[in-house]
Design a binder for this molecule. Structure first.
Ligand SMILES: [Zn+2]
Length: 307
């Protein structure tokens, strides 16, 4: 049987929110089978739980925000991506502010935290959402066109193409495909950092955004070059970060997907629209388990590789 996974023990980190600039403590704790991933705001007079789901996503400007009533957690996508990449099903995420810490701007720090706590199998079958027919969402036309889609696939792979109309970004790889069966999430995707353009930064700061952002936790690009002293971590770090984000955004559906995701210029909003469109079409998916590991896609029964 392909089993659900959680952490062996708890682990903590301290950082700042990318947008709020606020100091925040994060504690990742093991959770019972079928709990899913639950964010818990522990700074409030009474703690409030926010279980992840497609419908819990209430804001997708700049980052993915989930809510329960008026209580929010911003920028959940990088931690969610690490959970998707390592196959963590059940987890409590205790957090002392409204935003997940940005740490190094990628999901590598979360991978490190999860790996160092250790991942263990639980006595319950892992439930997958298997896409059975194509689902596609689109926005805009001509130069503004964006789309994202899910197709049936025995496994989980993501293909992404970016188009930023920016000379620095254009000079890097524009297209990448990642297959989770490779077992190489940590090596090939997790280290890709979020990025920002200096021309947008002032505008964002004026709106109270990116207050915690800087070269420690983002690739910063002006009109001509990458400003970070060490340059890029991957030649195609920009498109890889979009795949990292998509894995986190899609995992908010609450279960691992069996599908081929492909996207052109998608982002948090369209990714959320895509999982909502999938769930709205009963004919387009089924929930399955693998009683026999050998029937699972290649690589799925093995623990995810560290680096
Ligand atoms: Zn991101």
């Amino acid at each position: 049987m392909l089993r659900q996974r959680t952490l062996k023990t708890l682990t903590k980190a301290v950082g700042v929110g990318l947008h709020s600039g606020q100091r925040v403590e994060l504690t990742l704790r093991p959770a019972q089978p079928d709990t899913g991933i639950v964010f818990r705001r522990t700074d409030l007079p009474l703690p409030v739980d926010i279980p992840v789901s497609a419908q819990a996503v209430t804001d997708t400007r700049m980052a993915s925000t989930i809510s329960n009533g008026g209580v929010k957690v911003h920028t959940v996508e990088h931690l969610m991506s690490a959970c998707a990449g390592l196959g963590v099903d059940n987890l409590y995420v205790d957090i002392t502010a409204e935003e997940v810490p940005i740490l190094d701007g990628s999901s590598a720090s979360f991978v490190f935290l999860l790996q160092s706590a250790g991942i263990e199998q639980q006595n319950a079958p892992r439930r997958f959402i298997r896409v059975t027919r194509p689902v596609e969402v689109r926005e805009g036309e001509g130069e503004d066109l964006k789309w994202a889609r899910l197709d049936p696939y025995h496994g989980y792979k993501l293909g992404f193409e970016i188009e930023f109309n920016h000379r620095v970004v254009n000079s890097t790889g524009q297209r990448y495909e990642f297959d989770l069966s490779s077992g190489q999430y940590s090596r090939d995707i997790a280290r890709a950092r979020t990025f920002g353009f200096t021309k947008d930064l002032e505008m964002m700061r004026a709106r109270g955004l990116a207050m915690g952002g800087g070269m420690d936790n983002a690739i910063v690009v002006d009109d001509y070059r990458v400003l970070n002293a060490d340059g890029l971590r991957y030649d195609d770090e920009f498109v890889k970060h979009k795949i990292l984000d998509a894995m986190g955004d899609l995992y908010l559906i609450g279960k691992p997907l069996l599908a081929a995701y492909s996207a052109f210029r998608s982002g948090h909003a369209l990714n959320n629209k895509l999982i909502r469109a999938l769930l709205a079409d009963q004919e387009a998916f089924e929930v399955i388990t693998f009683e026999d590991d050998r029937r699972a896609p290649a690589g799925f029964a093995q623990p995810a590789r560290a680096w």
